[in-house]
Every structure is written in structure tokens, then in C-alpha cells.
Design a protein. Sequence first.
Length: 95
Amino acid sequence: MSWINDGAEPALTPREQEILEFVARGLSAKEIAGEIGIAPRTVEGHIDSVRLKVRARNKAHMVTQAVLAGFLQIGPKGRNGHDVINEISAPGLAS
């Protein structure tokens, strides 16, 4: 059962939202850690937290659930031909 179907919305912290966006772009935990200046294990902890909050089985499912719930929006193709991931304001996003 998905949290999307039961009406309960998870609250993502700003850091979890940031890391979710990096994961959606295909970055590894090590790459994300380098981008934002934290340890890879800390990034992995945030990924696990988001995955559990959206009740996903793996990272790919986590991104899919986030898109379906409105935490991420897939935009038009960028100059390099890849999809552009845009953050959007979601009601469950914690401040």
C-alpha cells in the first residue's frame, strides 16, 4: 500500500528535499556529499529517511513516489537532452 493512496502525506525536511532532487538527477551518495559538503554516510541516512517516509522499496521507487506526490516535477529537456528536475512546493514539506 502506498502513502499516496491512504491520504497521509510525509513531511520532508529541506535537507531531505535537497538530497531527493540530487538522487532524481542520478547522483550517487558520494557525489551528493561532495556537492553539499557532508559525509556520504550522512547522505545515505537522509536517502533512507526519505525512502521510508514515502514508503518506497528502493531509490528508483522513491523518486517515482516523490513525482507522483508532487515533491518533484519533471520538466522539459535541457540543453544536454536530459530531463530537468524542478523542485516544487509541496504541502508536506517541512520548513
